[in-house]
Write a protein that binds this ligand. Sequence first.
Ligand code: TMP
Length: 213
Amino acid sequence: MLITLEGIEGSGKTTQIDYIASYFQKFGLDYIITKEPGGTVIGEKIRSILLDPGNINIHPMTELLLYAADRVQHIKELINPMIESGKIVICDRFYDSTTVYQGFTRGIDISLIQQLNRLVLEGLAPDMTFILDLNPEIGLKRAWKQINDGSRSESETRFENEKLQFHESVRNGYLALARQEPDRFVVVDASMDPVKVGEKILEHLGRCLEKQK
Ligand code: TMP
């Protein structure tokens, strides 16, 4: 099983992943937590290029292909073997981030992104995707607070440096995706207290696991 979390910067994905992990732990379910970009050693190197605030001249197509390269390595080296061994994979961002950031927001043709996805994914798709929906003004404030207090790396701020309009487009992109695939996406209001957000996510997860029994 593959579960993915998506959302703008500062939407609280890391906290919610911890809640999901404790839930699986409680029920003795085997899981791993991973992320994109940077879920493998090679991916970490790609991540540092992608998020380096100094790389302002990176071409949108270079950006797209680096995310795709990170994903191929991640799927082949980690995600597929883990799913095959029966583990639940919880992934912080996946290909929906590419559709939304590089497609909707940077303006790369969505059909080209879908073509690239097909090549990279070879049929792999998340079983469920949680979108942590948040007003970007709040998300960016939270993200910069974490960067300034050192809990998030200053060397990974290329996207946080983008204008508010960029992040508004990302948010709208996610909501548009959720409307297109209502069976896979669960949109959760991330402006609530994190414990409440976690409760909503676990409620849904519990129902889905029950159905699979
Ligand atoms: P994060 O690990 O803090 O979420 O940062 C990853 C950044 O990379 C985030 O700003 C979203 C961006 N991103 C894309 O633009 N495209 C992608 O395909 C992925 C996975 C992430």
